[in-house]
Design a protein around this ligand. Structure first.
Ligand code: SF4
Length: 401
């Protein structure tokens, strides 16, 4: 489908329809609710078979120590007490920020469902990293400990299972699971089959949630009692778009009282099998906006969902779905295509060039040098979304090096 570009840019439209920049990201009709001073608490859902209720909105805490404290304090007040971090975020400073907070407000530790992650794969490395996370966050236990970035559930072998059981028995973690950005459906289906995974955080949004395979995978986890947390719920693509449908989307939802960003959160919450959304909220405006969306009880209508789906269809070739097993074997090098796509998304969709470049530079130099010369034609043929993989890989070298 061709993309029709409007004479109005999305930014101009929002500027004209909203009273202020802040209003463009807050739910217009919900803002008075936040401002009223009433006790606001984000609703909760059961997290799989753990018996724990978690808020439907989780706080993705890639935060600087200095800037985080007020945000964390307000998050607790609004019931955003599912905190997600990783031992590598901000070079360890994200965990330190949480530690600083718990040091000042130790009474809040019990209110928080605390999640962190590690890339370590050997038992010894994982133990060392877990101990460091506990020390940094000034806590005796982690509620949910994730193996970070699992690509295939076979990576979680019997040694990992024994490690998780031991860490639970020692009281250092309560639950164990993994995060996954790629081959998500296969990872979810695999986890449902092995029977000892408590929770998973996966890429899930209005673009990905409607495929039969994703529905099957989520169903299987729900039946297996695995708690599910959705991330990357805004479905930001690698290619920046400004289509007529995007404009229509923004206008449609603003008339209903929320932004399209809030509607994208609501689309995910509409599936009760998803316990929580992990959202990175680096400022108070975004925290307020997301809390407003979470406390608002309006459900998206069939027409709302259709509009989101129409937009997803039109921009299909601008969004990488993480099915890297399809494209990567078709390239004569070990280019991590889906990872590079994610870094482009950080730069182009999140506007976080620093984070994108930092990740990109971790790809071995030899591979980065090869990237611009490789032939991606076979990979592009195989890509179900018909992404311009070659161009995007070369763009990444240009923009992120
Ligand atoms: S580029 Fe295409 S095939 Fe490769 S991971 Fe992305 S969507 Fe899947």
């Amino acid at each position: 489908m061709t993309k029709k570009h409007s004479n109005w840019t999305r930014r101009a439209f929002l500027k004209a329809t909203c009273a202020s920049g802040a209003a463009s990201v807050l739910a217009l009709k919900n803002f008075p609710v936040l401002a009223s001073g009433d006790a606001l608490v984000v609703p909760t859902r059961l997290f799989g078979k753990t018996g724990i209720k978690v808020p439907v909105l989780g706080f993705g805490t890639s935060l600087h120590v200095a800037f985080s404290q007020l945000l964390l304090r307000q998050a607790v007040k609004w019931g955003v007490t599912y905190w997600d971090t990783a031992n590598t975020y901000m070079g360890g400073n994200s965990e330190k920020a949480i530690g600083k907070y718990f040091n000042k407000y130790p009474e809040d530790r019990k209110k928080v469902f605390l999640v962190t992650k590690s890339h370590a794969w050997s038992a010894d490395d994982r133990t060392r990293e877990l101990n460091l996370s506990l020390e940094r966050m000034q806590t005796d236990y982690i509620d949910l400990y994730f193996a970070h970035g699992v690509r295939n559930v076979d990576e979680l072998d019997s040694q990992t299972k024994r490690w998780a059981q031991k860490a639970k028995a020692e009281g250092k973690i309560r639950f164990f699971g993994f995060s996954t950005h790629r081959n998500m459906e296969r990872c979810l289906l695999g986890a449902a089959g092995i029977g000892w995974i408590d929770g998973i955080m996966m890429r899930y949004n209005f673009r990905l949630m409607h495929t039969n395979r994703m529905k099957q995978a989520v169903d299987a986890c729900a039946k297996a009692g695995i708690g599910l947390t959705a991330m990357k719920t805004q479905g930001g693509g690698q290619v920046t778009t400004n289509t007529a449908t995007e404009l229509e989307l923004a206008g449609h939802f603003l008339q209903k009282g929320f932004t399209d960003a809030q509607a994208k959160l609501k689309a995910v919450w509409q599936n009760q099998q998803i316990a929580s959304i992990c959202s990175e909220m680096p400022n108070m405006t975004l925290l307020m906006s997301n809390v407003a969306a979470a406390v608002d009880k309006t459900r998206l209508s069939a027409q709302d969902m259709h509009l989101l789906w129409k937009y997803a269809r039109e921009t299909r070739s601008d969004y990488c779905a993480g099915c890297a097993d399809i494209c990567e074997p078709a390239v004569d090098s070990e280019v991590p295509i889906d990872e590079v796509m994610r870094y482009l998304m950080y730069a182009r969709s999140y506007g976080d060039q620093k984070k994108a470049s930092a990740h990109f530079k971790k790809i071995p130099q030899k591979i980065r040098e090869q990237m611009i010369h490789l032939d991606y034609a076979r990979a592009e043929q195989k890509c179900p979304r018909k992404m311009a993989i070659g161009k995007l890989m070369r763009d990444a070298v240009d923009e992120l090096s």
